[in-house]
Design a protein around this ligand. Sequence first.
Ligand SMILES: [Zn+2]
Length: 450
Amino acid sequence: MDKMQKRWSWCSIDVEVENFRNYTFTPLAPELLQKDFRKGNLPQVCVDVTDAFMTMERFGTREEVIRWIKEVGIDNKVTVIISRSDTETGKRGRSNKIIFGCDKGEKHKISDSGTQSASKKCGCPFKIRSTPAKDGSGWKIDVKCGLHNHGLPDRLEGHSFIDRLTTYEKQHVADLAKRHVAPRHILLSLQDNYPENVTRITQVYKHKSVIQKEIRGPRSEIQHLFKLIEDAGYVYWSRKKDDLEVVREIFWAHPDSVKLLNIFPIVLVMDSTYKTNKYRQPLFEIVGMTSTELTFAVGFAYMESEQTENFCWVLEKLKELFVKKDMCPQVILTDRDLALMKAIEVVFPSSINLLCRFHINKNVGAKCKQHVVNDLQKAIDTLWMEVVWASDEVEYGQRLHQLEQACVDCSGFINYVKDTWLTPHRHRFVGAWINRVLHLGNTTTNRYVL
Ligand SMILES: [Zn+2]
């Protein structure tokens, strides 16, 4: 008899697999479960819906996250509830977050009379956390546990498809997506244009990804980037891992940018941005400046990582864009990215690497707020600015002395300022040193060094 039951349960799994296509595990037959319960064993049910909730999508608002999660929940027959929600208030321990759970999430409540309530809760571990991403790109979704310890209703049962997009609606989504309209606005536009439309936002996301796949065809994302670069006639190089078809770096520049670079090679600004792609790979940007103070993009690179060696490869390619082989940028402006700074020393040894004062002041300002009492912050900030603007070395010495005097009670701040910035890098951003550089070159750099 036992054998029979076992076989039956395997059969049932095969049938269930059809219905629960996205699930890794499927529940055992209810009869077996009950039997297990009677014996006092824990039910061995485990339904994994991790894949359904995994997304790299970022959401603009708390409401959008909630709407998306609830809709994916409906699609997967999970009743998602908000088990905690918090808003940042500036007080300790308070931060923006939403924790979602399953409606069968908490344990059975034992009533006063000692009997179990008739609730259907079974301590389901399903848990999703959503918080605003650190890089400011919006709310992200983090599946902490995608498992349910109970069966889910048949996905196909009673499911209507009224929310599917019609051909016209699909075209509408495609037109708006092409113009980079945000999914929530696409949905509003659909509702305006087709009053009978009951599409939910997940359908818009789904159709957007279908469109992107259609455009890309059989190419992978990286192959597609190469195709676009080639179609547009860009100058580009790439480097692969030894013996593998894995791209490590790509550098590309528009032909017009190459011309501009050769006309205005004096000042280049280099910086990385992190919000451009779902792989969180930094996009390294090189920007040039014309004599009329206009900026232009010189080139872009995706890099495997931000080590000196990777930067060296990119800068070597940049060097190849110069028509005259002995030409090089006079001033290169960067953040305090030590790997990049080292690479500049290697590839462009005669260029002067200045640091962007805007970023320095932002960092120093934050440290000041952290270490200095409120009443003194403004005065110390002013003294710091005077150090940065000192026009010669004597003035620098005097002003630094004043700053040190004012900071006797906040050694944490003055040590940071000296160790991180002034001692190793003063020649890269303090007036006394950079003024010498600037009068050699082009005064328009002021715009960036300010
Ligand atoms: Zn559950």
